[in-house]
Design a protein around this ligand. Structure first.
Ligand SMILES: Cc1cc2nc3c(=O)[nH]c(=O)nc-3n(C[C@H](O)[C@H](O)[C@H](O)COP(=O)(O)OP(=O)(O)OC[C@H]3O[C@@H](n4cnc5c(N)ncnc54)[C@H](O)[C@@H]3O)c2cc1C
Ligand code: SF4
Length: 490
């Protein structure tokens, strides 16, 4: 048994301190953030639930589950003492977007999934503490001046200003390299800006985190599409290295009959119209968005939950999730599923669409679906959904949202002929984020396929380290065969 557990017969508070949130009946009528955040006293009490465990040779703890390796016990210790300034400093050593990750990280599968307290009780609310500290820093204006070292003279281009690109940019700027981000949209943030709705992640918070990166010395060119205005080869003439973090923004479709009817949208288009183009504030913002009485969302991940909950806020009478497996397999974060259920989203589980049926004017009116049962586990480890013959049924719908997945953005690979890709369209990278093209690194969803914010940031961190090494001590590069193999294996 570890030392602190022997000498600390501390009585553990079994449950996390509650997170205050807007009531479901109120929040379905607004886009304000749902959880409103804990106060300082509650954060200190939550931090006091932590046992301050030490790592052992065979003992994993919270920080082993963190893809960016935050020293979690250390920042919690400072929080227990009420020293929030030191606590957030410890987080910022490893983490460029704490206010974002404190809101959207899948903690339950990461740090909190390994928390020792969580073995018998609810784990320490690490995510809530991270959120509290980042908000405290912003509200108290403790961002302060960022000390930067002398310039190294090296120039780096980052393509894409999502979590992966922002992490690379922040990390490299803070060691003195000159970094420029080229971002296709009018704001940086990637999915954080155009995909995740305001009620989960206020855009003001993303902008404040992006501002922190800008203040670290990073130059940002918005409305700049690489592959259209310049290519990666053009960038390599001016910059010493290039990082590609262009994400997985290409929607997947069902390819079922009727999918091109009016009123059927990809989740990406729908959420972009609402989040980036402020469709929910029409006519103040010039983005019309009509949902009708019933919206059916196909899919069961975070993207599907965002679509279904957004639809309620846009005024539909019923918002339905159609998902082919059962509740236990829903890939969305549990918290998001609970929020959706509390708000009244109807879950039509173990059901898959077969066809979309329209009226004479080409507008969608119904989804024809079929009931499913679960068979043996498939390659993904989840039980395979099997159609039940004769169980077809119809659901009325004026809007259908397709949220079944996203593929990598193809523009940069298409315009960079010697960049090897996998059969899924991701850029093939080695463990350091190096691609088949010397001097070009890649990471985040464009290399892993659609994943999570923190995994994209983890990729960014690894790539930043490797880019620094390449620029300062070891310019060697793996042989072409390595990438040949990688592109076949994946
Ligand atoms: C609706 C939705 C909800 C999600 N919810 C969660 C969640 O709750 N928790 C979680 O952890 N993850 C969530 N995710 C996944 C997560 O957001 C992504 O894994 C993460 O954003 C990937 O980061 P990235 O930097 O690789 O790519 P992105 O965030 O996609 O950023 C890529 C950026 O590159 C830009 N770009 C693309 N092509 C070019 C080009 N040619 N030139 C210049 N710029 C270009 C894009 O405009 C974009 O800004 C969600 C995803 C979606 C779509
Ligand atoms: S594992 Fe849990 S209790 Fe132990 S240090 Fe980490 S947060 Fe604290």
């Amino acid at each position: 048994m570890a030392e602190e557990e022997k000498k600390a017969p501390k009585k553990i508070v079994p449950k996390k301190y509650p997170m205050p949130e807007q009531k479901p009946e109120e929040r379905v009528h607004n886009f304000n953030e749902v959880p409103v955040g804990q106060d300082a006293q509650t954060a200190i009490l939550e931090a006091q639930r932590c046992l301050q465990c030490k790592r052992g040779p065979n003992r994993k703890l919270c920080m082993d589950g963190c893809p960016v390796e935050i020293d979690i016990p250390a920042f919690i210790k400072k929080t227990q003492e009420g020293n929030f300034e030191e606590a957030i400093k410890i987080i910022r050593e490893k983490q460029n977007l704490p206010a974002v990750c404190g809101r959207v990280c899948p903690y339950e599968n990461q740090c909190e999934g390994l928390c020792i307290v969580g073995k018998k009780n609810e784990p320490v609310g690490i995510g809530r503490l991270e959120r509290f500290l980042a908000d405290w820093e912003r509200n108290e204006q403790k961002h302060g001046k960022i000390e930067l070292p002398a310039p190294t003279g090296k120039k780096i281009a980052v393509v894409g200003g999502g979590p992966a690109g922002l992490t690379v940019a922040g990390d490299l700027a803070r060691i003195g390299h000159k970094v420029t981000i080229f971002e296709a949209l009018q704001y940086c943030g990637g999915v954080l800006i155009y995909g995740i709705p305001e009620f989960r992640l206020p855009k003001e918070i993303v902008r404040s985190e992006v501002d922190y990166i800008r203040r670290s010395g990073v130059e940002i060119h918005n409305d700049y599409v690489i592959g259209k205005l310049d290519t990666v080869d053009d960038l390599l003439k001016e910059y010493d290295v290039v990082f590609v973090g262009t994400g997985a923004g290409l929607p997947d479709w069902t390819n079922l009959p009727g999918e091109n009817l009016n009123g059927i949208l990809s989740a990406n288009e729908y959420l972009t119209r609402v989040n980036l183009m402020k469709g929910y504030r029409f006519p103040e913002y010039d983005t019309p968005i009509r949902v009708g009485e019933r919206v059916v969302t196909i899919g069961g991940g975070n993207v599907a939950m965002d679509c279904a909950r957004t639809s309620l806020r846009l005024g539909c009478k019923e918002s339905v999730i159609l998902y082919r497996r059962s509740d236990a397999e829903l890939p969305a974060r549990r918290e998001e599923v609970h929020h959706a259920k509390d708000e009244g989203v109807r879950f039509e589980l173990l059901a898959a669409p077969l066809e979309f049926i329209g009226d004479d004017c080409g507008n969608v009116r119904q989804v024809k679906a079929i009931r499913m049962q679960l068979g043996e586990p498939d390659a993904s480890g989840r039980r395979r959904p099997i159609k039940i013959p004769g169980s077809e049924f119809l659901i009325d719908a004026q809007t259908v949202l397709i949220a079944i997945g996203q593929s990598p953005n193809p523009l940069v690979p298409m315009t960079t002929p010697d960049l090897k890709t996998t059969k899924e369209g991701t850029i093939a990278v080695d463990s350091e984020g190096r691609t088949s093209k010397k001097g070009v690194f890649a990471g985040g969803d464009i290399a892993s396929g659609a994943a999570t914010v923190i995994l994209a940031m983890g990729d960014g961190k690894r790539a930043a380290k490797a880019m620094h090494k390449y620029l300062t001590e070891d310019p060697s590069w793996p042989s072409p065969e390595v990438f040949e193999k990688l592109s076949c294996e994946m």
